[in-house]
Design a protein around this ligand. Structure first.
Ligand SMILES: NC(=O)c1ccc[n+]([C@@H]2O[C@H](COP(=O)([O-])OP(=O)(O)OC[C@H]3O[C@@H](n4cnc5c(N)ncnc54)[C@H](O)[C@@H]3O)[C@@H](O)[C@H]2O)c1
Length: 412
């Protein structure tokens, strides 16, 4: 009998609207998953998601369940997810899409109720928590997939394969950047991406650290992170501009710049890209990815609505788009969809297996394959975030990472 799990989505914010819910709806449309329930601390966020015009248009007739306990329109219930997850039968799926610092508690709640988990990145903010999650999941034969969607961009997979076949030589020096648009400062970010919780590198810089490991297999060994404090419109303070220097296990160095500062008037939803200089035997190798410009230039005849939308635009066909394939509705496409699909399919594979030992074997195989990020194969990301936070709070001093029996931040 095929396993068709129900899915509880915790969080109804931006990433859920832009990528996660439409991907889940598509999997529901294809008959891969059962009922979807959405739970958010704010009832208003759930209602706004249910009414989102673009999603309703793409998926006519589809809807998600709202927990009965979600309360009235002004309700705020940060613990609602506990009741909802507590009612799920074992080995369904919990998708976690709330602010970074809440991931740990929700993932552990899901695991303790025997749920497989898909979480948006970063898994957690502390390496110790990643280890706890890894152990809790393995002991129960459950899988936790971390949604680093750049891994499912074909260009990442192309570079990864060619690098591992030796076509580029060895990575030596590189730069990467990812700047979100200025208007992000006006969004819900100002309530949580503040100096005590996070910073621009922790929020988006981790993508390129993850991708450099994914392509090269190298491990990050030191981080220095310089951050500039700026005020959000609500007066709260955030590290809204960051510059990171990451050293790698072969001595290579990657510079990563991040910010919520790409002008709203500029085309494209953000600016991003990566340049890796490599060395072969008396010959240079190069990987250069222009991730913000994917070859499309559109100049519209009227101003599109929405924050950061421009009359001249350079849209990416690669991350997430809706296509008209004859209906009904629209069909999502892109690496944002493929990433969610890959993780959910792994949750389905693991969830379908009744025998604990067989599930554990599958989990180890998925860890080993290294395509989907898991706590076991990607917790160098937590080490980098931990080292980065230590560094940014201390003016950018270098913080080292040690591996071996007990990987850890070495000079906290
Ligand atoms: N490129 C990426 O991979 C990417 C992009 C954007 C966001 N993200 C990640 O997604 C997560 C959410 O980001 P976002 O942009 O959607 O933020 P957001 O602020 O738009 O949404 C977060 C939602 O979580 C809800 N929430 C807060 N506490 C909760 C609780 N206790 N229980 C249930 N819901 C709760 C909030 O009400 C809000 O609706 C973050 O971890 C972020 O790093 C990843």
């Amino acid at each position: 009998m095929s396993h068709k799990p129900d899915v509880t989505l915790v969080g109804a914010g931006m990433i859920v609207h832009d990528q996660i819910l439409p991907s889940l709806y598509q999997l529901h449309r294809l008959g891969r998953i059962g009922q979807i329930t959405v739970c958010d601390a704010r009832r208003r966020a759930i209602d706004a998601l249910a009414a989102a015009e673009d999603i309703v248009r793409a998926f006519p007739g589809q809807s998600f369940q709202i927990p009965a306990e979600a309360g009235g329109p002004d309700g705020f219930q940060p613990d609602l997810y506990r009741q909802v997850i507590g009612k799920m039968p074992p080995r369904q799926i919990v998708v976690v899409a709330v602010p970074d610092q809440l991931h740990y508690e929700i993932i552990m709640t899901a695991l303790r109720h025997d749920q497989n988990v898909c979480t948006v990145k970063p898994l957690v903010l502390h390496h110790k928590q990643a280890l706890e999650i890894e152990q809790e999941a393995l002991s129960r034969g459950l899988i936790v997939g971390v949604e680093y969607h750049k891994r499912f961009d074909d260009r990442s997979l192309m570079a990864r394969r060619r690098y591992r076949e030796g076509w580029f030589g060895e990575f030596r020096l590189g730069t990467a950047r990812l700047f979100e648009k200025w208007y992000y400062r006006h969004s819900n970010f100002q309530n949580w991406m503040t100096v005590e919780n996070s910073d621009a590198f922790t929020y988006i810089g981790c993508h390129y650290v993850d991708i450099v490991h994914y392509i090269t297999g190298l491990l990050p060994t030191a981080v220095s992170l310089y951050g500039i404090r700026d005020r959000y419109p609500n007066g709260k303070e955030g590290f809204l501009w960051t510059d990171a220097r990451i050293l790698w296990s072969n001595g290579a160095c990657l510079n990563v710049q991040n910010g919520l500062g790409f002008p709203d008037a500029a085309p494209g939803t953000n600016t991003q890209g990566m340049m890796l200089y490599c060395s072969g035997t008396d010959i240079g190798g190069l990987i250069e990815h222009h991730d913000q410009f994917r070859g499309l230039k559109y100049s519209y005849v009227r101003q599109p609505s929405g924050d950061g939308a421009t009359i001249y635009a350079e849209p990416s066909p690669d991350y997430f788009q809706y296509l008209d394939l004859g209906g009904p509705g629209l069909v999502p496409t892109g690496y944002g969809l493929r990433s969610v699909e890959h993780i959910i399919e792994n949750c389905i594979r693991v969830g379908a297996e009744d025998r604990l030992e067989a599930r554990r074997k599958l989990v180890r195989e998925i860890d080993e394959a290294g395509i989907m990020a898991t706590p076991a194969n990607s917790s160098y990301n937590e080490l980098v975030l931990e080292a980065g936070r230590e560094s940014i709070m201390n003016g950018g001093r270098e913080v080292r990472i040690e591996y071996g029996q007990q990987p850890r931040v070495a000079n906290p």
